[in-house]
Design a protein around this ligand. Structure first.
Ligand code: HPA
Length: 287
């Protein structure tokens, strides 16, 4: 894949043919039909080790997928089971800030659906905007602000995948949020809930932007997830997700933000998040 391929906008109408190729590449390797698809965010890829009997497919073997470039993103698609429930996980994801087209950013969730999943579980590392949500906070995503300036649905619609004007009233499924809370209680892991603001990145926010986001109702901020959630709803996947707050938003402490603290906090909290996810997935009846 060249840089110009990567920047070429992938429109909704291009997705069905791309999904055909993606599905073929997976089906050459496994016939597992996942119940849920899981996107593992920065530093949270450790959950992939919880997937049993895994079939792992590196991104470079998936047609049209560039190798993941963000540090902390391994770049593998993994199919297997968790607590007996068939799942597909993606370790690493595509970000807009890497120069990826919005249509590429959302292909993993589109593929989840094509493989048979009915639920998308999205995780990410985020900065804390709500001052009460310090590093280590796990926040169930209740709603989001799309501040990327682009949608994955720009261009001619693919009516066979979803409707032109998808409703986003309950993107973050109330029933799954309740089930995540229950999983947290059962595991003794505290879970907050809040609004995730998705920005372009790759720079972190200015302190003024952090104050703006707070005024706008955001509780956490990151550089992913919102386009995936939009595309997932477009194609009829149920959506849920958890943000791991890895650092206070810019300006709260006066200290500069570093990718290292994001990774370190992800590593520290990863096992807690993994326990919640495992318990949550165990509650799914097998497809
Ligand atoms: N801002 C944006 N994205 C992030 C942050 C942040 O503070 N922390 C982790 N991802």
């Amino acid at each position: 894949m060249t840089d110009s391929d990567r920047a070429r906008p992938i429109q909704p109408q291009d997705q069905p043919a791309r999904l055909d190729a993606l599905e073929r590449a997976v089906r050459e390797r496994t016939d597992l039909v996942p119940r849920a698809g899981i996107v593992l965010g920065s530093g949270l890829g450790g959950f992939a080790d919880e997937i049993e009997d895994p079939t792992a497919i590196p991104f470079e073997e998936v047609p049209g997928w560039p190798v993941a470039t963000a540090p902390g993103h391994a770049g593998r698609l993994i199919l297997g089971t968790v607590e007996g429930v068939p799942v597909v996980g993606i370790q690493g994801r595509f970000h807009l800030y890497e120069g990826n087209s919005p249509g590429l950013v959302v292909q993993p969730v589109l593929l989840f659906r094509r493989l048979g999943a009915s639920v998308a579980i999205l995780t990410n590392a985020a900065g804390g905007i709500n001052p009460a949500y310090g590093p280590g906070t796990l926040m169930i995503i209740a709603d989001h602000l799309t501040l990327t300036g682009v949608s994955p649905l720009l261009g001619q619609n693919a009516d066979e995948l979803g409707e032109r004007f998808p409703d986003l009233t309950d993107v973050w499924a109330p029933a799954h949020r309740a089930a995540l809370h229950r999983a947290g209680e059962q595991e003794g892991v505290n879970l907050e809930e809040g609004v995730y603001a998705g920005l372009l990145g790759p720079n972190y926010e200015t302190p003024a932007e952090v104050r703006m986001l707070r005024t706008m109702g955001a509780d956490a901020v990151g550089m992913s997830t919102v386009l995936e959630a939009i595309a997932a709803r477009w194609i009829g996947l149920e959506v849920c997700g958890i943000s791991l707050v890895t650092n206070p938003g810019a300006g709260y402490t006066g200290k500069p933000l570093t990718h290292q603290e994001v990774m370190d906090e992800g590593a520290a909290a990863g096992p807690r998040l993994a326990r919640v996810l495992r318990r949550f997935i165990a509650g799914f009846e097998a497809a």
